[in-house]
Design a protein around this ligand. Structure first.
Ligand SMILES: [Zn+2]
Length: 314
């Protein structure tokens, strides 16, 4: 018996998930049953150039593996990877990630399959398998932080679009004459609901320069301007989500990221969503708080590797 058990341990398959962020790189080692054996994190130090970042990614992978051989690596990035161009797009704050050949150079260093996906898609995968599998088949997971993005699971499958760029909910407009977005369009959801945008909007309304947490504190203290501001923000969020729900017939929306912790979203947004849903009766609509916290990125990335090896389907 013990001998058999020993055999299983040594023949276990391991994969590494990497979350490449603007400021940090985190990795986890998972076995094929999705158990996490180890995690490790370093600063990305993107300002020191491509070669240095590649070294840091390799270091974090080798460190978390602790000598165990891994069969594949999945990596989430704050960008979309175009394979035919070997280039990441959409990471304006870390231009070194957008240099052509960044991913293939990393692949050369690893000598195992490397799967690359947008970090919002990794969040969606992690959250789907953490709490939705078997319960919902059609969900959207939204990251709300310094920006706004989303990942879609449709019919239990990750929906990437033709080239992996699906789910850019932050850059769907709710008002063609609305606020100017960093992407140069008007009325983008991100220009209203990201952390910096919430602060800017409250400043425009009240003349008070506060961060989101401080603004929310005012709301909790009963400040009437903060109350109006959050009701309006919940209405905007409800409209944005309802647009996607009406388009794709979703069953639930999951909210993650640094700005997702405010209780007001879960108290007020569902009613605004329900008011704006069209067609079939749907009852109360679930807006769920992300369960995985800042672990979602690495787990979702590791699932890409497990799928590559045939251990998961999505
Ligand atoms: Zn935009």
């Amino acid at each position: 018996m013990n001998e058999t058990k020993g055999m299983n341990e040594t023949t276990k398959t391991y994969v590494v998930g990497v979350d490449l962020g603007g400021t940090k790189i985190e990795a986890c080692l998972l076995d094929s049953d999705r158990n996490c054996l180890d995690r490790y994190r370093v600063f990305s130090e993107a300002y020191r150039g491509v070669e240095h970042v590649l070294e840091n990614i390799e270091k974090v992978i080798r460190t978390v593996a602790k000598g165990r051989s891994f069969k594949a690596v999945g990596m989430g990035t704050p960008a979309t990877y175009l394979k035919d161009e070997d280039r990441l797009y959409g990471a304006p704050h870390t231009p070194v990630y957008e240099e052509r050949g960044f991913i293939s150079r990393l692949r050369d260093r690893l000598s195992v399959p490397l799967l690359v996906e947008n970090d919002a898609n990794c969040l969606a995968l992690a959250e789907f398998f953490a709490g939705c599998e078997g319960k919902y088949t059609h969900i959207m997971a939204v990251i709300l932080g310094t920006g706004m993005g989303s990942g879609l699971i449709l019919n239990n499958m990750l929906y990437r679009g033709k080239r992996g760029a699906a789910g850019e909910i932050g850059h769907t407009s709710i008002d063609i004459n609305g606020r100017l977005c960093e992407c140069s369009r008007r009325g983008c959801a991100e220009a209203y609901l990201s952390g910096p945008s919430l602060s800017r909007r409250f400043f425009d309304l009240s003349g008070k320069k506060l961060n989101v947490r401080e603004t929310f504190q005012l709301f909790q203290d009963g400040d009437s301007q903060a109350e109006d501001f959050f009701v309006e923000s919940c209405r905007i969020m409800g409209e944005v989500f309802a647009n996607v729900i009406n388009t794709l017939d979703l069953q639930a929306v999951i909210l993650g990221g640094g700005v997702s912790n405010l209780s007001v979203w879960y108290e007020k947004v569902p009613a605004f969503i329900e008011k704006s849903l069209f067609g079939i009766p749907r009852g109360s609509f679930p807006l769920l708080k992300a369960k995985m916290g800042d672990s979602a990125g690495v787990f979702g990335a590791a699932y890409l590797a497990l799928r590559e090896l045939g251990f998961m389907t999505f």
